[in-house]
Design a protein around this ligand. Structure first.
Ligand SMILES: NC(=O)c1ccc[n+]([C@@H]2O[C@H](COP(=O)([O-])OP(=O)(O)OC[C@H]3O[C@@H](n4cnc5c(N)ncnc54)[C@H](OP(=O)(O)O)[C@@H]3O)[C@@H](O)[C@H]2O)c1
Length: 278
């Protein structure tokens, strides 16, 4: 199998490149191809002829998307469609990474793949519209929604907490948003399995279990032995440009359908902290 990773310089892309050793893998960043350029994307697929494309390329800064909606839709929706059209023309299979932010966060039990999308932010809308248009362009594609991604390949919540904890005695962290932390290494392994299983349709892929950002931060600090105090605060007290869903836990049922079980987020965090030290 020949796999192509778009977004290979990102948090997930780096983990995918490291983990995917069993097949031929081509990794590309925006410097190699800008997915907004439909002709370039088509040309690339024709010359590289991948069997599977993993589309991890995205404009992921949720707050910046709020003030740059044109860019958010150009990359996350239109760019994704460019890749889907090229995949269809060249016969490649496609796995598109999407997000828990396609949901409104009003539920109190895990979101199933069939729950109606109702995004509350520009980023969420760009991913949700990307999903809808992708399914129209390439109905047999696979959409893997994930959440709260962390890993050593880029900026992420645990890294920010650890850096702040090194210099501050107290950290205020929001306690009224609940989700599923996901280790890039575990997500990469799940994605490779999904491709091997010729997955299609919508799949939810996160580490198992859920927590609030406050609980996540407490566990991060606990794992390091630092004495920093973590204080729970509300989203209102920590206002940010883009609204976040209050609850965005994704159900694991769709992943179980492919015989895949992801470890707990606490187990994943332990491995991340070890990886970060090395
Ligand atoms: N991070 C999260 O918490 C989270 C949660 C849910 C879902 N997701 C989804 O998971 C996927 C991977 O996220 P991530 O955190 O690994 O992303 P990331 O670290 O921000 O990396 C983004 C990647 O996309 C590439 N890219 C950006 N604009 C591009 C363009 N116009 N053309 C081609 N490539 C472009 C970047 O290339 P350059 O390095 O060259 O700029 C980079 O390789 C994304 O689809 C994201 O929406 C992420």
């Amino acid at each position: 199998m020949r796999a192509m990773i778009l977004g290979a310089s990102g948090l997930l892309g780096k983990a995918l490149l490291r983990e995917w050793t069993s097949d031929e893998v081509i990794g590309l960043s925006s410097r190699d191809v800008d997915i907004r350029d439909a002709d370039k994307v088509q040309e690339l697929m024709e010359t590289s002829r991948p069997d599977w494309i993993v589309l991890a390329a995205a404009y992921t800064n949720v707050d910046d998307c709020q003030s740059h909606p044109d860019l958010a839709f150009a990359v996350n929706r239109d760019g994704a469609v460019n890749v889907a059209v090229a995949a269809k023309r060249t016969g490649a299979k496609l796995l598109f990474l999407s997000s828990d932010y396609v949901f409104d966060g009003n539920k109190t039990s895990p979101y199933e793949t069939g729950t109606a999308r109702n995004p509350q932010s520009v980023y969420g809308r760009s991913k949700a519209e990307g999903e809808v248009q992708l399914l129209e362009a390439l109905p047999e594609c696979c959409i893997a929604r994930t959440s709260w991604l962390f890993g050593t390949g880029g900026k992420c919540f645990p890294d920010t907490i650890l850096k702040l904890a090194a210099t501050r005695p107290v950290l205020d962290v929001v306690n009224d948003q609940r989700g599923g932390p996901t280790y890039a290494v575990d997500l990469a392994r799940a994605i490779i399995e999904l491709c091997r299983n010729r997955a299609h349709g919508i799949v939810h892929a996160t580490n198992s279990g859920d927590c609030s950002w406050f609980e996540f931060a407490c566990e991060i600090i606990k794992g390091t032995g630092l004495g920093t105090e973590v204080r729970p605060v509300s989203s209102q007290q920590m206002a940010r440009p883009a609204p976040r869903p209050a609850y965005s836990v994704l159900s694991a049922k769709s992943l179980q359908h492919y015989g895949i079980a992801m470890p707990t987020w606490q187990d994943a965090l332990e491995r991340y902290l070890r990886e970060r030290k090395n």
